[in-house]
Design a protein around this ligand. Structure first.
Ligand SMILES: CC(C)[C@H](C(=O)O)[C@@H](O)C(=O)O
Ligand code: SF4
Length: 467
């Protein structure tokens, strides 16, 4: 048998049928559903008189539209958002799908609660009507973002029609320098390969720097695979993965656990497996980075200066000009001189407990600069509860942060947490597109540590320089 990649193995284990043109029907192990991309899918089922094929493998949670202040418990004021969340509630009830509602401590961003509740496990196929489903790949699960018509197909059949992607390997070897985190790794990769670098591929992240990351860090890396153009991101499971999954509400237990681990042990790319593309990165060369433009590939070390359109070629010249204009930046300006108005810590990229601990560590003995709006939005009710129990929440509030309830929040402008026109934000989220965080809002992507440093000084700041 020829050597297989991790992607090949999970793929092969889930093919139900293959057509002559290579189109496959894949069995889906887990289906995560949120309020934005599911209403028409459930409506389609209803009109066709169908049921949900495997409600026990389906879980619903509202996250994008929910306000993150406690008033949401009295009902959502915005009509569109209220209708979407009410519709999810009704659909979950009608079709027998479990839902973590806004008053449930398990509620949170769909990609945070999947792993947290043990729904996400190695070797599984996982889908969600959301592009950042790639996050779950950190467990060695094949996790695809899908569209609403596919959501309907999966609800009805528990299968997905897919063509196999190519294999891409991103190997990050060596040790990270102090102040450099998983977010810097994933942004640096996209800076290097571009937002189209992974097109048509599933990326497997490997190498000693990836192995050294916690599960939280690995989720941060896989979360942004989609920003690098890939169909999914994957990391082979290991002892850290098993330790994270073990004991979670939906994880296998007792004899099932042993059987599961035995299978998970086989989920590694074989020696000699072929990749269509290989990218190698030296971890020791990665710096704390920020984005300067309106694409996640616009990445530079914080020690650099704002580029000039002349630094680019082809279509990128005009794109850079437009970006700089939108971002209100001048070529040659030092990145660390850029003043910010807002700091957002949260999202499915960096809203986990480890991220909040990192921020708390940086804020030790420091305060949010006067006049800066800084908010922390835990990725789930459980992350929030854990941070409160550990005393992190109180410390961060004392340091000047707002402490919110779980949701996508300011990661995208679908709920009340938004930037005003022209406002500039140091953000731990994953997209810096025009208007992403609010009309004419300006986003700089970075790690939680770097966002905390920006909160202290009121400008983009090298976390290594904090006095
Ligand atoms: C609203 C949803 C469909 C969207 C996605 O697919 O990613 C959102 O989560 C995002 O991050 O832009
Ligand atoms: S936190 Fe942001 S990126 Fe993640 S699912 Fe929500 S809107 Fe999408």
């Amino acid at each position: 048998m020829s050597p297989k990649t991790l992607y090949d193995k999970i793929w092969d284990a889930h093919v139900v049928h293959e057509s002559d043109d290579g189109t496959c029907l894949l069995y889906i192990d887990r289906h995560l559903v949120h309020e934005v991309t599911s209403p028409q899918a459930f409506e389609g089922l209803r009109m066709a008189g169908r049921t949900v094929r495997a409600p026990e493998k389906t879980i619903a949670v509202p996250d994008h539209n929910v306000p993150t202040d406690p008033t949401r418990l009295q009902g959502i004021r915005d009509e569109m958002s209220r209708i979407q969340v009410d519709t999810l509630r009704q659909n979950a009830k009608d079709f027998g799908v479990e839902m973590y509602d806004v008053d449930d401590v398990r509620q949170g961003i769909v990609h945070i609660i999947g792993p947290e509740q043990g729904w996400t496990q190695p070797g599984m196929t996982i889908v969600c009507g959301d592009s950042h489903t790639a996050t779950h790949g950190a467990f060695g699960a094949l996790a695809h973002g899908i569209g609403t018509s596919e959501v309907e197909h999966v609800l009805a059949t528990q299968t997905l029609i897919q063509k196999k992607s190519k294999n891409m390997l991103v190997r990050v070897e060596g040790e990270l320098a102090p102040g450099v985190t998983a977010k810097d790794i994933t942004l640096t990769i996209i800076g290097r390969t571009g937002t189209a670098g992974g097109t048509g591929h599933v990326i497997e992240y490997a190498g000693s720097a990836i192995r050294a990351l916690s599960m939280e860090g690995r989720m941060t890396v896989c979360n942004m695979a989609i920003e690098g153009g890939a169909r999914a991101g994957l990391i082979a499971p290991d002892e850290k993965t098993y330790a994270y999954v073990k004991g979670r509400p939906h994880a296998p237990s007792d004899a099932d656990w042993d059987k599961a681990v035995e299978y998970w042990e086989s989920l590694k790319s074989d020696e000699g497996a072929q990749y269509d593309r290989i990218v190698e990165i030296d971890a020791s060369e990665i710096a704390p980075v920020v984005t300067w433009g309106t694409s996640p590939e616009d990445v530079l070390p914080i020690t650099a200066a704002v580029p000039s359109p002349d630094d680019f070629a082809g279509g990128k010249v005009a794109a850079a000009k437009r970006s700089l204009d939108y971002m209100g930046l001048t070529p040659g300006q030092k990145l660390s001189d850029i003043e910010i108005d807002t700091v957002f810590i949260g999202s499915c990229t960096n809203g986990r407990i480890e991220d909040l601990r990192e921020v708390a560590k940086i804020m030790e003995g420091r305060r949010v600069k006067d006049g800066i709006r800084a908010m922390i939005v835990p990725g789930s009710g459980l992350v929030r509860a854990m941070a409160e129990e550990e005393g992190i929440a109180a410390k961060l509030q004392e340091a000047g942060f707002e402490w919110r309830m779980a949701g996508c929040s300011m990661c995208l402008g679908m709920n009340p947490d938004q930037l005003s026109p022209g406002e500039r934000c140091a953000s731990t989220s994953n997209r810096n597109f025009e208007g992403r965080q609010g009309y004419k809002g300006r986003t700089h992507l970075m790690s939680p540590a770097m966002a905390a440093a920006a909160a202290v000084t009121g400008r983009l700041t090298d976390v290594r320089d904090l006095a």
